[in-house]
Write a protein that binds this ligand. Structure first.
Ligand code: ADP
Length: 598
């Protein structure tokens, strides 16, 4: 029954209802017809008896038989005359002598007691069901007529006039009524079924429409709507469903929007985000995390985190957060991320013990490096300052202790003090320049700088020193090229490079400055025939305070910051710096900038 559609159920119930209704109507009508027919038969017989009674009273005893037969034919009923003692005196269909005493027949007894009597029963004599009607009637006796009484039925004397009609007649009537009922029932049932069918079909269609609509609701792409329904209960269900769908769609689109926003946010985050469940399986991670740990995106569903990141410290942190339900923070070096350092903030999802954990990985490798650089820088600077300061203090104390009496020595000492003071001054200005370059938020406005002009100034600035060190500084081919940037900075860089080329040179050595356009780049080269730089030191010469030969650098007035400043300036102007060198043969420092038209 469970699989039967509503349409069939409705049809079956309609059919059942029709059958019950028509069945009860048939029973009721049959009964009613039978009772009515019986009543009709009784009434007819009573009327006939009323007509026959006076005729009977007037009939001679010897012609009673003939009268009875005639009365039977006329009334189309069986007519029996019974004596008060129950003896059958005459019968229209039977020989009275063969008939038993009728005193006990119910209709006879009733008639004797109440003037009239009726009964329905099977007649043993005729072997049919008969309806009897008996009435007290006057009867002329052989001794003469009884003093006549007035009225249709003259009282106690005489006999009983009984009429009987076979019930077959009633049966026929009832059968006719039944047949009529059956026919009309069939027509009514057929009509009702057709109506029920169309109604059920329309009803079924409405339900199916609502059902399809409800089923499609969960489908995100479904945009169909439910046609308006009539004003009944089903219509109200449809309307509620439509309202619900509307709300549902609004919620769905809000949630899709929210999820898209969240996805975009997580995808755009620089920090790696990792979410794991209770069993440390990855439920979500963003691109930053996958890239940081070199995992191939997209990660398989619910992959154990240990298969992506083997670092026990991270697993420990996640486990701890899940077990305690408390947030935790730790700085970790992840082997999976090529040794990068992460500040990991773990938060529980849900109560203790948590259902999972979310970790946000903040890459602090650069911060760590900068911290290290800063510490190294402070250490280096203290170290670099200590030497000239110690020299100044030592020689000053010596002078105070009486060396000033010795003019030759005191001059020498004062010269040393002066040299170290100059060195400290140089260091201070180099540090200042470096710090300006490193901390500057907004560089001074860029200008179109003529390289030829700047090269001329730089060469002029180092002329004296070149002469003092017997180094021949010459300008090679310097094309009229231009770069964008700050003039004073480019000059600072060129002076530093020329200064080094002179300082780390031999007496009689050569320094050459050239500038040319190479494609869309301006290339400035400062070459020397100096002492050169060992191959292994080449990558480090641009670091702060890096000196290949500390003693020589110091002796020639170096601070270890010159090339670092050159690198910063070049990069600020959008260029690059490189060096080629052969030990004992010389070095070439090359600056390259994007060329600009004049
Ligand atoms: P410094 O004040 O010591 O010159 P720099 O940063 O200018 O500091 O240079 C770093 C180191 O690079 C120098 O100490 C020197 O050893 C080396 N160097 C720089 N320029 C030259 C050059 N033209 N020839 C040889 N060595 C050089």
């Amino acid at each position: 029954m469970g699989n039967i559609s509503i349409l069939r159920k409705l049809l079956l119930s309609a059919l059942l209802l029709i059958l019950v209704a028509l069945g009860s109507a048939a029973i009721f009508l049959t009964r009613y017809t039978a009772a009515r027919e019986l009543q009709h038969a009784e009434d007819t017989m009573a009327a006939q008896a009323r007509i026959l009674s006076p005729a009977l009273a007037a009939t001679e005893p010897q012609s009673l038989e003939a009268w009875t037969n005639r009365a039977g034919i006329e009334s189309r009923a069986r007519v029996t005359i019974i004596g008060r003692d129950g003896v059958v005196l005459a019968d229209s269909q039977h020989d009275p002598s063969t008939m038993d005493n009728h005193a006990g027949r119910p209709e006879v007894r009733q008639a004797l007691a109440r003037t009239t009597g009726t009964a329905v029963r099977h007649s043993a004599t005729l072997d049919v069901d008969l309806c009897y009607f008996a009435v007290l009637a006057d009867l002329r006796t052989l001794t003469g007529p009884r003093p006549s009484g007035s009225g249709a039925f003259p009282g106690q004397s005489g006999a009983i006039l009984r009429l009987a009609v076979p019930l077959r007649q009633i049966d026929v009537e009832v059968a006719a009524v039944r047949w009529l009922i059956l026919r009309s029932s069939l027509v009514a049932a057929a009509f009702a079924l057709v109506v029920a069918f169309f109604f059920s079909r329309a009803f079924g269609r409405r339900i199916r429409r609502i059902q399809t609509f409800a089923q499609q609701l969960v489908n995100e792409e479904y945009t169909g709507s439910l046609a308006s329904e009539s004003d009944d209960e089903l219509g109200s269900v449809a309307r509620s469903l439509r309202g619900m769908a509307e709300q549902f769609r609004r919620m769905l689109s809000a949630s899709a929007e929210e999820s898209a926003r969240r996805k975009a946010l997580l995808a755009g985050m620089v920090e790696g985000v990792l979410a794991v469940d209770h069993d440390l399986r990855i439920t979500f991670c963003n691109g930053s995390f996958a890239r940081a740990v070199n995992a191939r995106e997209p990660l398989p569903e619910r992959i154990p985190v240990v298969e992506v990141v083997r670092d026990p410290e991270l697993l420990d942190l996640l486990r701890g957060v899940i077990a305690t339900g408390e947030p935790a923070r730790r700085r970790l070096t992840l082997a999976a991320a090529e040794g990068r350092v992460f500040d990991v903030q773990g938060a529980p999802v849900g109560q203790r013990p948590a259902a999972g954990s979310i970790a946000v990985l903040h890459d602090v490798t650069e911060v760590e490096r900068l911290e290290r650089v800063r510490k190294d820088f402070v250490a280096n600077i203290s170290h670099e300052l200590r030497t000239p300061l110690a020299a100044i203090r030592g020689y000053a104390e010596t002078l105070l202790d009486g060396a000033s009496e010795d003019p030759a020595n005191s001059r020498k000492f004062l010269e040393i003090i002066c040299r170290n003071t100059v060195r400290l001054g140089d260091m201070a200005s180099d540090l200042l320049a470096l710090s300006e370059l490193e901390t500057e938020w907004k560089p001074p406005p860029a200008e179109n700088v003529s390289v030829r002009e700047v090269a001329g100034s730089a060469l002029g600035a180092v002329e004296r020193e070149a002469v003092a060190r017997h180094v021949n500084v010459c300008a090679g081919v310097i094309e009229d090229v231009h770069v964008m940037g700050q003039r004073f900075r480019l000059e600072h860089a060129l002076v530093n490079l020329l200064h080094n080329a002179i300082r780390f040179n031999h007496s009689g050595g050569e320094v050459r400055l050239e500038a040319a356009l190479r494609g869309d780049k301006v290339r400035i080269e400062i070459g020397d025939t100096g002492i050169g730089i060992p191959f292994q030191d080449l990558p480090r010469v641009f670091e702060r305070f890096y000196c290949v030969d500390k003693a020589r650098s110091r002796e020639t007035g170096g601070t270890g910051l010159g090339l670092s400043i050159v690198k910063h300036i070049t990069e600020k102007m959008g260029g690059t710096v490189s060096v080629e060198s052969r030990l004992g043969k010389g070095s070439i420092f090359t600056l390259e900038f994007p060329a600009v038209s004049q």
